[in-house]
Ligand binder design. Structure first.
Ligand code: BDP
Length: 606
């Protein structure tokens, strides 16, 4: 049971203590841990850092590739002073499934490896004594859960993950773990919606809180001045001369939500918000009413050793590289990132297209390559027996992502699927439900989109028009017509865009993927595919096409950095489409982008 998805904060009434560090860890190959009572003490364990993926910590292949159940354990003390409080434990994420035990008693279950959950553990903790926290996790993939994949059993009986997606199936406790002490009656959620007028902003808010206390809300600028205040669970804050949040202009306010009873403060929650609007109108993407052209990346949470573990050093380096190169936006391909990424984007003035982990809605990884060649999928993905269960899980992830991220000024849009099958009519009702739910869950009604795979083309794709702006993943000159055939690639690319032009109405388009695998050490004159020179030529051709169509309103190249994938013949120790290497150093393409993006105005084509 997740009582609240609010980010843990320390305020006058709330406490949060980090449980990150070295935990105990053990694989449970035969899934016998619960029968053998491992939740009452994990024997024969090894040390494991939290947060981190467990995979690349090990030096043997069986451990790195391990697929199945695994356990984590740590101890924590709950101070005596916290009696009369609600005690909770909160995980930023556990990939992909988790069962949580306190002193041997199960307190929570969660499915979905990229979103937070908490558990009320008040009834199970001992005060001023050590308490045992055990987590039974599982990293198997299936078709009823996103991201989609399968679990393959090898001839020696070992299980391995068979993802239908192109990133390594990193697993573990990936994000911070917090022990929290909250008031018995607390604020559980809040939302804000913005309206701008000449010299004024209206912040319509709503607060959810337990009990029948009275709510008041105030907004403070960074000089400590109160910019507005209001009373009630719903209301409007009127801000005179607001400092708007924008790209590279990260003006933020602190929102303070107070819950009072009989004149006494019961709970206080504080967060940082930015006043801004974002909408799609008249064929434009409008930030604070002004056209904006998106420049940036599809990214991954990925780094050596720690895998998908949240790491502030990596995240800050990524923001520094993105600022250096002149980017203003990224997509959280292919899952919601750790919450810390979004707070950093709010502070840095970056735009985010927030993606739910709906990736792999194809039978195999190679389907994406087949699709690039125009081949049709053999299987109608959305007609399976598993579809209703998948849809339910998909919608619950959309719900939790939106509830978690809805107050970030950086988040401008929701990406609801990546490269799904869309050419059979059966996709449409599935999409309609996901799109309708996203609109319902988001008080700000942000634009919704999804990333179209290469064969989701005009005339074939049955779902593109559900998007408020259309996002294309295209690899002309890489998966098709590469090398000397790049001239044909440009022609084919333009032919497709001309087809879109006929049917798009006034919908803006952006590119959420385009790119070429490139060895960061290979130079070749004249170019060959995989050389840095070819990446540059590929980009020059692609950008020439983008620049010819005024309704293309953004370019998010694939990928920010090289990243780890499953082993295979099309991947050389990972995907090499990075503009930066995996250790965040520029390939020569980074300089192509720096020149281009620094010269394009913020309202390019506006
Ligand atoms: C697309 C996927 C992305 C892949 C990329 C590629 O959306 O996850 O990594 O292409 O092939 O199919 O590099």
């Amino acid at each position: 049971m997740t009582a609240s998805l609010l980010y843990p904060r320390v305020t006058a009434t709330r406490r949060a203590v980090s449980l990150d560090g070295l935990w105990k860890f053990r694989f449970d190959l035969e899934s016998k841990g619960t029968a053998e009572n491992w939740m009452n003490g994990l024997k024969n364990s090894v040390n494991m850092p939290v947060p981190a993926s467990f995979c690349d910590i090990f030096t043997d292949k069986d451990s790195r590739e391990y697929c199945g159940d695994f356990w984590y354990e740590t101890e924590f003390l709950v101070p005596e002073e916290w009696k009369d409080r609600k005690i909770a434990v909160r995980f930023g994420s556990v990939t992909h499934k988790a069962r949580v035990f306190i002193n041997g008693t199960e307190v929570a279950q969660h499915v979905g490896g990229f979103l937070p959950f908490d558990a009320d553990i008040t009834a199970y903790v001992k005060f001023n004594e050590n308490n045992r926290l055990s987590v039974l996790a599982n990293n198997e993939l299936s078709q009823t859960m996103i991201p989609c994949g399968a679990t393959e059993v090898l001839s020696d009986g070992k299980k391995i993950a068979a993802p239908y997606f192109d990133f390594y199936n990193y697993a573990g406790i990936h994000r911070p773990v917090k022990l929290m002490a909250l008031p018995k009656e607390s604020v559980t959620d809040y939302s804000t919606v913005y309206r701008l007028e000449e010299g004024k902003a209206f912040v319509d808010y709503s607060v959810e809180a337990e009990g029948n206390g009275t709510v008041s809300v105030s907004l403070h600028d960074d000089e400590g001045n109160c910019a507005a205040k209001a009373e009630g669970r719903t209301g409007t804050l009127e801000v005179i001369d607001p400092k708007l949040w924008g790209i590279g202009k990260p003006n933020l306010y602190t929102i303070v939500i107070s819950l009072c009873k009989d004149g006494k403060l019961v709970d206080e929650y504080k967060d940082r918000i930015g006043i801004r609007t974002f909408e799609v109108k008249g064929g434009e993407l409008l930030l604070n009413g002004k056209p904006v052209y998106l420049k940036g990346f599809g990214k991954h949470e990925d780094a050596d050793i720690r895998g998908k573990g949240m790491d502030y050093a990596i995240a800050q380096r990524d923001y520094e590289c993105m600022k250096w190169i002149g980017a203003n936006c990224y997509r959280t391909s292919h899952y919601p990132y750790a919450e810390e990424w979004y707070y950093m984007a709010d502070e840095e003035g970056f735009l985010i297209i927030d993606e739910v982990p709906a990736v792999g809605m194809f039978e195999s990884l190679m389907n994406a390559v087949d699709a690039s060649k125009g081949q049709q999928q053999k299987v109608t993905w959305f007609e399976k027996e598993t579809t209703p269960e998948l849809l339910e899980h998909h919608i619950s992830c959309v719900h939790d992502m939106i509830v978690r991220d809805k107050n970030h000024p950086s988040v401008i849009a929701w990406s609801l699927l990546n490269e799904p099958e869309t050419i059979h009519e059966s996709a449409r009702p599935y999409f309609e439900q996901v799109f309708a739910k996203a609109l319902e869950f988001d008080p700000q009604k942000r634009p919704r989109t999804f990333a179209l795979v290469m064969n989701s083309r005009p005339g074939l794709c049955k779902c593109w028009d559900l998007s408020d702006f259309v996002s294309l993943n295209r690899y002309y000159g890489w998966y098709v017509m590469g090398g000397p055939r790049i001239v044909n690639a440009e022609k084919a690319f333009r032919a497709e865009m001309d087809e879109w032009a006929k049917i798009r109405g006034d919908k803006p388009f952006i590119f959420t993927e385009y790119g070429a695998d490139t060895n960061g050490e290979l130079h070749k004159l004249p170019s060959v595919m995989w050389s840095q020179e070819y990446q540059d030529e590929y980009l020059e051709m692609t950008h020439r096409v983008f620049d010819s169509y005024p309704w293309i309103k953004g370019e998010l190249v694939w990928n920010f950095a090289d990243f780890q994938t499953t082993e295979g013949i099309i991947r050389m120790n990972g995907n090499k489409k990075g503009i930066f290497t995996r250790d965040r150093q520029p390939k020569s393409a980074a300089f192509v982008f720096k020149k281009r993006w620094e010269s394009l105005p913020e309202d390019y084509k506006g």
